[in-house]
Design a protein around this ligand. Structure first.
Ligand code: FES
Ligand SMILES: [Fe+2]
Length: 412
């Protein structure tokens, strides 16, 4: 059967079988009886292509930190869901996203980060565009030596293809098809979970971390959100966590959350002696000063807020069985750059690297396990896996484009 853009009613074949009515019914059972997504959701390149064309373009998806284009005239080429794009900080200080393609004959416009630009010039025939995407000039457009040097007065001049975008704190999100719900309503459940925590005090600190997992991106996300395995895979982190009620995963809107309190007042994942402490967000209420929250912003971006640090994490799908995890680190105010906190920052960076290294093997084993025909989507542990099921439902419904599942029962 040829894969069509719309799944025929009542028919489930090819990659569509992965999100069939029967699969959805299994996902909507009580967690004790439910089954997760079938193997093909993690192993089938055709399903990966369905996600690329039907899931990512239709929701809000993370592009990059706005601080990667810190100055007016900065331009950053990047890929968003396998599509070439650019982020541009304009003369008005706004960050915009464009498809990285020239509207003339389709050349890719920008191949490396640029600075202090006022126009973007295509390398092919030198058509140029301002930082808001409007056409500026077309050399030899009317024949040899006959340039169009002023802005065109055509009714519909070519311009760069802008991508709908929104910036929340330091994070630029895009909606490729332009039809997703308003960003404000998309992110509202995340804001609710972060209430009382002041994200505006955090500044980004170099370096960022890049880590590769030999697994489907969803397995990397699920593992990241899975607090159940901490006691077996991360014994040092297990000691740092208290056994309070928030050591769990719970859904909110299309997103997922987890959190925990910690025994020591250090950076929360302190695997080693924490040394001099980092400054914390001012005015944190009791209960927030010794706990943290992870938000998995659907589908593949996470924000972890601790009293003294914040990590923004992107799980970039680079194939059906490969994921690149990017972690950007943030600290309170000057602690992001001050030398006196360099040791504390590098300790935290090392701790994160160690945790990822502890997860690397299990992600590979999850991918391998998903090639076993006997595996039927899994038997869930209701206390821990309700969030995983919620995530699977969101994936399935997004690929089917049937709106979002709202009936999940909070687990905390
Ligand atoms: S393709 Fe860009 S100017 Fe011709
Ligand atoms: Fe882990």
């Amino acid at each position: 059967m040829t894969m069509s853009a719309t799944m025929p009613a009542g028919v489930a074949a090819g990659p569509w079988a992965t999100v069939s009515d029967a699969v959805l019914a299994g996902l909507e059972l009580e967690a004790s009886d439910a089954r997760g997504l079938p193997n093909a959701a993690f192993t089938d390149p055709a399903f990966h292509e369905l996600e690329r064309t039907r899931l990512f373009p239709r929701t809000w998806t993370f592009a990059a930190p706005a601080s990667c284009v810190p100055e007016r005239g900065d331009v950053l080429p990047l890929e968003i869901a396998g599509r070439p794009a650019i982020l541009v900080r304009g003369g008005d200080d706004a960050v915009r996203a464009f498809h990285n393609v020239c509207p003339h004959r389709g050349a890719c416009l920008v191949t490396e980060a640029l600075h202090r630009k006022t126009v973007l010039t295509c390398p092919y025939h030198a058509w140029s565009y301002d930082l808001e995407g409007s056409l500026v000039g077309r050399p030899h457009y009317h024949g040899p030596g006959k340039h169009q040097t002023r802005r065109s007065n055509e009714a519909d001049p070519p311009k760069l293809f802008e991508i709908r975008s929104a910036t929340w704190h330091d994070w630029v999100f895009v909606n490729l098809d332009g039809k997703a719900e308003p960003f404000e309503s998309f992110i509202a459940p995340v804001l609710r979970e972060f209430e009382g925590r002041d994200l505006s005090v955090f500044r980004r600190s170099d370096p960022a971390m890049r880590f590769e997992f030999e697994s489907n991106w969803k397995l990397a996300v699920e593992n990241y959100c899975d607090f159940y395995h901490v006691f077996s895979l991360h014994p040092a982190l297990d000691i740092a966590m208290s056994d309070d009620m928030r050591r769990a995963m719970w859904p909110g809107g299309c997103h997922m959350f987890n959190g925990y309190g910690f025994e020591s007042a250090s950076s929360g994942i302190a695997l080693r002696d924490s040394g001099p402490g980092l400054p914390t967000q001012p005015g944190l209420a009791s209960g927030l000063d010794d706990s943290m929250v992870y938000a998995l912003v659907f589908p593949n971006f996470a924000v972890n807020v601790y009293p003294d640090s914040l990590q923004a994490v992107l799980f970039e799908p680079v194939g059906h069985d490969r994921t690149v995890m990017h972690v950007w680190f943030y600290y309170v105010g000057d602690a992001a750059t001050a030398t006196e906190f360099a040791a504390a920052r590098s300790r935290l960076f090392d701790d994160w690297y160690s945790l990822n290294a502890e997860d690397e093997g299990i992600c590979r084993q999850l991918q391998t396990g998903r090639t076993c025909d006997a595996y039927d989507g899994g038997r869930m542990a209701p206390y821990w896996d309700a969030g995983t099921l919620h995530y699977h439902r969101q994936i399935a419904l997004s690929v089917r484009h049937e709106g979002r599942f709202a009936a999940s029962t909070p687990t905390r």
